[in-house]
Design a protein around this ligand. Sequence first.
Ligand code: HEM
Length: 501
Amino acid sequence: MTILEVSGQLIESTVQKMSLTSVLLAASVVTLTLAYLSRALFGQQQQRSRHQKLPPHIPSSVPFLGHAVAFGKSPIEFLEQAYEKYGPVVSFTMVGKTFTYLLGSEAAALMFNSKNDDLNAEDVYARLTTPVFGKGVAYDVPNALFLEQKKMLKTGLNIAHFKGHVQIIEEETKEYFKRWGDRGERNLFDALSELIILTASRCLHGCEIRGMLDERVAQLYADLDGGFTHAAWLLPGWLPLPSFRRRDQAHLEIKKIFYNVIKKRREATEKNDDILQTLIDATYKDGRPLNDDEIAGMLIGLLLAGQHTSSTTSSWMGFFLARDRALQERCYSEQKTVCGEDLPPLQYDQLKDLSLLDRCLKETLRLRPPIMTMMRMAKTPQKVGDYIIPPGHQVCVSPTVNHRLQDTWDERLEFNPDRYLHDNPAAGEKFAYIPFGAGRHRCIGENFAYVQIKTIWSTLLRLYDFELVDGHFPPVNYTTMIHTPHNPVIRYTRRTTQTQK
Ligand code: HEM
């Protein structure tokens, strides 16, 4: 082992034991030198813009680190207090970077209506995504090209494919949950994370790749996924951290598996009808087809973009249903009303009629949107209200904050899926409800996520009755990039057998 590897392991094991706050602290040390340089630049910039009105800046007596500790501990509370005190546009410093949040629908419009050249996504996301997805896709290419790639993916995420996906997801769910037996207490988040890799692999990658998903490949995905951490976002990519090395190794090995499958598909005389085939047949506007590396990168992106988002959302939904048993019973009754008393296999066309389940998912995404902050780098001065946001600020919108603003939502912290049946004050505000983002970076996976989560929960409601363990509703774990449930153990009891098919 070289000295670099040993020191990398040391840094890594320390980072693993650290909370977000401490990672920020460590990052501050690593980037201190850079900060001094950029401070000189910022100073010049602030002098330049003295005559402009900058957004209110939350003062901090902690040099460089700024508000990293308070924000890391409880970001939503921090932002809500900032909104109360300073209004919808507010800046603060963390680890030498200035973050400007646009809070509420009106302010958020700036981000969603902006051009990528003005508020840029690659500058803030590429260092996380490029090592995981690879070069030539997503934030590694100019946004115009990524938009073409998104269009190709969207072509594959169509109703004809969804019809087949419902059956696949129901089968995978039944098979996976056999291991849970008749009753017990288990970690729901772990189970749904594993299940969602299986369902997404089969639906989004095709049966050949799903067929190879054994423990070794699952470990490769886990190593790749280890690239999505605060540490990867904050620490320089050249650091010899074991998690970076594992991520890079997993990337190569997964791509090798995908190349083989793509090669066989290209050689086959008969065409499949799935998303992989859609990508193989797709061409850019200039007529160029995707090469194998681009297809493989897009397959990784498809799987990972939906992995944490869908597994976190479906877990939170489980806990909301377990907390409100009457609501859970209404959802179970809805299964029978819509699909038939003897609960035959689910059909795609029935999903839209499961309207209570739909509203439960919508409400889960309101209170626990998995992506807590969307971020862009200001490349040009941005006017919002009376303020000018200067270049260099990281401009942010938080779905979590917009989804619970006092000015917008009645009984804002209540889980009430029926709120969408009535006139709802948020309906008049374009960006009050944005779990899937908006504008040019809007999610393309929304429909698939709804199909996946509604099918999983239809199957689970038919299998089990769920309750909280001793009334424990998991608090939010703020140390992970996506806000997962902390200690997510749920109690379950099998429903009577005559209702199961
Ligand atoms: C509950 C599930 C999901 C949620 C809540 C979610 C949320 C989001 C959000 C908020 C964005 C906007 C990011 C930004 O503006 O910075 C986004 C973008 C995106 N999502 Fe999702 N997503 C989900 C599932 C999926 C799935 C299943 C896929 C793929 C099948 C997917 C693929 C994408 C892609 C390709 C983008 C575009 C990024 C861009 O253009 O910059 N997502 N998603």
